[in-house]
Design a binder for this molecule. Structure first.
Ligand SMILES: [Zn+2]
Length: 169
């Protein structure tokens, strides 16, 4: 089932997501929610999607594995460290439809998460995958793309975004 993606400025996007317990992870309702999240990300061909973007305030994100072309479900993900020289990259977000912004991201991220079967995974991701993790992780803390933009650039970004939203109505 494809769920509606919550769009800025909904206050839902500012909520902090809570950790998923082992009991919750194994529950049918959680597995069903993961399935819906996957359907939604696939439908939008998203590079990543955080559960909070469909209104679920749990520490869950999907990140595209660029090698397999499949989504990896990451439960209780953490960035353990960032590496390399940050570079200014173009980035989009389903919560800001049809917009992109340039933000600084590290080319390497050491990440840890719990997989769908409850196994602990630790990996160093690079390039686009590192960018995806850095973006999606921020959602779990209620942070958004615009928070990383310098003041003037952010004002300009939001003006263009609101103008697009008005046209879409
Ligand atoms: Zn996003």
């Amino acid at each position: 089932m494809i769920l509606p993606v919550i769009v800025y400025p909904s206050p839902v996007l500012r909520q902090k997501s809570v950790a998923v317990s082992t009991g919750r992870l194994k529950s049918d309702s959680f597995q069903t929610m993961l399935g819906y999240l996957l359907d939604t990300a696939t439908h939008h061909r998203a590079a990543g999607l955080a559960a909070i973007q469909v209104g679920v305030a749990e520490r869950v994100l999907l990140a595209l594995n660029t090698t397999s072309g499949k989504y990896v479900a990451c439960i209780n993900p953490e960035v353990l460290g960032l590496g390399g020289e940050p570079a200014c990259l173009q980035e989009g977000c389903l919560s800001f439809p049809n917009m992109t912004a340039n933000v600084y991201r590290n080319p390497e991220a050491m990440v840890r998460w719990t997989g769908m079967d409850g196994e602990l995974v630790e990996r160093t991701v690079t390039g686009f995958e590192a960018q995806i993790f850095q973006h999606e992780l921020k959602h779990l803390f209620g942070k958004l793309l615009i928070d990383e933009l310098p003041k003037q650039y952010r004002a300009d970004f939001l003006a263009r975004f609101h103008s697009l939203q008005r046209k879409a109505r």
